[in-house]
Design a binder for this molecule. Structure first.
Ligand SMILES: *[C@@H]1O[C@H](CO)[C@@H](O)[C@H](O)[C@H]1NC(C)=O
Ligand SMILES: *[C@@H]1O[C@H](CO)[C@@H](O)[C@H](O)[C@H]1NC(C)=O
Ligand SMILES: *[C@@H]1O[C@H](CO)[C@@H](O)[C@H](O)[C@H]1NC(C)=O
Ligand SMILES: *[C@@H]1O[C@H](CO)[C@@H](O)[C@H](O)[C@H]1NC(C)=O
Length: 388
């Protein structure tokens, strides 16, 4: 997600350091040292989004290297910030901004259709937790830095970000708090890889082989997880037969059509993709063909004319959620100024999802079907479960 040992000397000097650790190889000792390039720069209490009196917030950048800046937005709990759990929220993609989650899922406000005003979210997760929304990897949302190509590389920077946070005056109070990593979609890959990496770093710290702050995640939440297409496409059929809370979504002729398509073509093509040799140039083509066929013959008929994100709405209708009003909102100059998105550049662009990141991950992972076959991430999930 390499022979990097030649770079290990640089470790002492730069933030390339965490990057050289990958799960695939023995971990080398790395000490986090705060430096002129690793710090947080933020705006405190911008008054944007969280409007409840006395509830604190920080928005800005966790700098993890001279040109590596991870955008974050943190809200204190509306209840008791000094004892409530700490939540890290990550959207998926790969390359999608966690501002999606903030404004359309779990955050303190939603944006109205005018794109300029907000409404308090009474069900915000910060009613009972301190929550940090992080745009990662670089390129997602307002974050800036090198384009990464796998979750292992992303994990090293996320770990470094927590070294910066948990040694800072503002955030060190959360380092021993119950820590929930909440994620969705492609986060089903990020989550397990991150926690495994954090755990291996913690072990080095415990053994005295690494100087750093432990990052101990207490629970992992995955919603709408993108694990493995064989599992995911098959579960679309189960869901269409009987969606919890809705009942059957499709009639029996559609169900039998998608069941046959899965059994007769889709599953076989996926297994073909999984078994390809990464050095074979036809590998990516086989995998693309499998996904296209399964999407057309299983997913599309299962979804029918519903909005795939909101089953009660018709595809493309105005009631479809999540709405993108929030993107209009945070693209506004005044808003960016207020939240500190302009601290580091005059013109921070904002896209919901970063295409170069998505392409880099896909290109690396679809070789040999790795993009699609998630046995590795399921193994990691297993090892996260086993770690307690
Ligand atoms: C992750 O990406 C880096 C840089 O592109 C690469 O060197 C490394 O081998 C990848 N790791 C995995 C597990 O694919
Ligand atoms: C924080 O780090 C950035 C580089 O990431 C640097 O440009 C900036 O000067 C640093 N700020 C302070 C106050 O050291
Ligand atoms: C969450 O907090 C807000 C602001 O204090 C409050 O208006 C709302 O009722 C709370 N919601 C719940 C479910 O407790
Ligand atoms: C089943 O649903 C499909 C898609 O909505 C529709 O085209 C078809 O006419 C339906 N068949 C029956 C027997 O109701």
């Amino acid at each position: 997600m390499g022979g990097f040992s030649i770079l290990s000397l640089l470790c002492l000097l730069t933030f390339l350091c965490p990057f050289i650790h990958s799960l695939a190889e023995p971990l080398e000792s790395f000490s986090f040292r705060s430096s002129e390039y690793s710090n947080i720069s933020y705006v405190k209490d911008s008054g944007i989004c969280e409007t409840v009196d006395g509830v604190g917030q920080y928005s800005g950048y966790i700098n993890v290297g001279a040109d590596n800046h991870l955008w974050f937005w943190f809200f204190e709990s509306r209840n008791d910030p000094s004892t409530d759990p700490f939540v890290l929220w990550l959207n998926g993609g790969p390359g999608c901004s966690s501002m999606i989650g903030l404004f359309t899922e779990s955050g303190p406000c939603t944006v109205n259709s005018d794109g300029t005003t907000t409404t308090l979210n009474p069900y915000s997760w910060n009613n009972y937790s301190n929550i940090l929304y992080l745009d990662q990897p670089f390129g997602a949302g307002f974050s800036m830095g090198p384009t990464l190509a796998n979750s292992s590389a992303a994990a090293t920077y996320a770990w470094t970000a927590f070294q910066v946070l948990f040694t800072s005056d503002e955030f060190s109070q959360y380092k021993d708090r119950q820590f929930v990593l909440a994620t969705e979609s492609y986060g089903a890959r990020f989550g397990p890889v991150f926690i495994n990496y954090f755990n291996s770093q913690n072990e080095l710290i415990d053994n005295g082989d690494l100087d750093g702050v432990k990052v101990v995640v207490s629970s992992l939440m995955i919603s709408d997880g993108k694990h493995d297409p064989l599992i995911n496409f098959q579960s679309l059929i189960t869901f269409a037969q009987d969606a919890p809370g809705y009942g059957p979504l499709d009639n029996s002729s559609v169900i039998s059509k998608i069941t046959n398509a899965f059994d007769d073509t889709c599953s076989g093509l996926l297994l073909d993709c999984y078994s390809t040799d990464p050095t074979e140039s036809s590998s990516a083509d086989k995998c693309n063909k499998a996904i296209t066929t399964c999407t057309t013959d299983v997913m599309d008929p299962a979804v029918g004319d519903r909005d795939p994100d909101y089953l009660l709405a018709i595809k493309g209708s105005s009631e479809a959620i999540p709405s993108t009003h929030y993107a209009t909102f945070i693209r506004r100059d005044e808003v960016q100024q207020a939240i500190g998105a302009k601290l580091l550049t005059d013109d921070p662009s904002f896209d919901q999802c970063d295409d170069p990141t998505h392409a880099a991950f896909s290109n690396q992972e679809k070789l040999g079907g790795r993009f699609y076959r998630s046995s590795r991430s399921l193994q990691m999930l297993d090892s996260v479960f086993s770690s307690g």
